[in-house]
Write a protein of this length. Sequence first.
Length: 217
Amino acid sequence: MRIFAPRSTQMAEGSPMNRIVLLTDGGIESLVTASLILKDVQRTSSTLDRFTLGCQIDHSNECPELVSSRKSCIEAQSNLIDSEATEFMPRNASLISVLARAIEHAGPKGRLYWPVRCGTEVHLLQKTMDAVTALIRLNTIITGSPGPELILPMIDLDHEQVTELAGELDAPLQSGWPCRSSSVSPCTSCASCMAWDSALTASGLILVRTEMSREGP
């Protein structure tokens, strides 16, 4: 799904900087999105620089801590797309502030990949699209100019569809964090862990459960 979000972003010198920006919380959706970016860049021979923004993706749940193993996954995804830099948003930053910051980094002719996934949850989908529409309207009023392409490749997929896509893209699954309860070691018992385990098994894939790091932020 592709949406166009207006924004006129200028560098300090007055000239626009356009980038491909990945929003990521280190999760599996973010990993698959990073793999899609890599494929798109290779297919189109894009010369745009890449930038990674570590942030909350699913604003319908409590924000996970972007530390330890989850942070390592974010950094691995950043390396996967050869990002020039990685920035981390404050924990519990609002959706609007996350998107505004991402659009600022993307520039007026960049591309913004947001791996939010609503599946069949109509209420969550409506809430997500309302937020995007509000931001587009605000930026249109302020800038009056077209902005980066906003790409939501996971928006209507379920867990199994995401893992099937991961297999097709040969995504490095060890760089996707499955757990919502812990950012250090997968608990294996939360709803997120169980859903990803079931989806990966159905897709014939294996996620190596490992503690990537015990370091703090």
